[in-house]
Design a protein around this ligand. Structure first.
Ligand code: ZN
Length: 153
C-alpha cells in the first residue's frame, strides 16, 4: 500500500486527485498507475485502469491470476468491473469512497456472487494516510479557489 500511496503522490504533483494503485504478483510489482483523468482528458484513466493495463502487458495476458491489486481509494463501478474482468483474486483498498465505492460501500461488485468471478476484498489498510492525501488535496483546492475569488473581487 505504501507503493500505491507513492503513485498517488505522482498524481498529486500533476494537480490530479491523488489516487494510486499497484498490482503485485509473487512479491513483485508488475503494474503501477495513478489517476490521470485531467492530464489525459480521459474519464477511464483511473489509477486501477492504468495499473491493470500495465500488469496485463507485463503478464502478456488479460488474466491477472495470482495478483493482488492495491489501491488507495475504494474502486468505482468502472474499476470494480475491470478488476472482475481481469480475474484479480484479491483487492486491497485504503479508504472507502462514500460517493462511488463499489467494493462494499455503495454496493459490492467485487464479491457479487451472481458474477462468474469474485474478488476478495480487504479494506482499511493505511486508511489514515490514504484518506489524508485526499482531504489535504481538496482542502488546498478550496483554499486556492477562495483566494482566487477574493483577489478578483
Ligand atoms: Zn475507478
Amino acid at each position: 500500500m505504501a507503493e500505491a500511496i507513492a503513485e498517488a503522490r505522482k498524481a498529486e504533483a500533476l494537480g490530479e486527485v491523488p489516487i494510486g494503485a499497484v498490482i503485485v504478483r509473487n512479491g513483485e510489482i508488475i503494474g503501477r498507475g495513478y489517476n490521470l483523468r485531467e492530464t489525459t482528458m480521459d474519464s477511464t484513466a483511473h489509477a486501477e485502469m492504468v495499473a491493470i493495463r500495465e500488469a496485463s502487458a507485463a503478464m502478456n495476458s488479460w488474466r491477472l491470476l495470482e495478483c493482488t491489486l492495491y489501491v488507495t481509494l475504494e474502486p468505482c463501478p468502472m474499476c470494480a468491473g475491470a478488476i472482475v474482468q481481469s480475474r484479480v483474486p484479491l483487492t486491497v483498498y485504503g479508504t472507502p469512497d462514500p460517493k462511488a465505492g463499489c467494493a462494499g460501500t455503495l454496493m459490492n461488485l467485487l464479491e457479487e456472487p451472481r458474477f462468474n468471478h469474485q474478488t476478495e476484498v480487504i479494506s482499511g489498510i493505511m486508511q489514515a494516510e490514504c484518506a489524508g492525501l485526499l482531504t489535504s488535496f481538496f482542502r488546498r483546492l478550496r483554499q486556492e479557489r477562495l483566494q482566487k475569488k477574493v483577489r478578483e473581487e
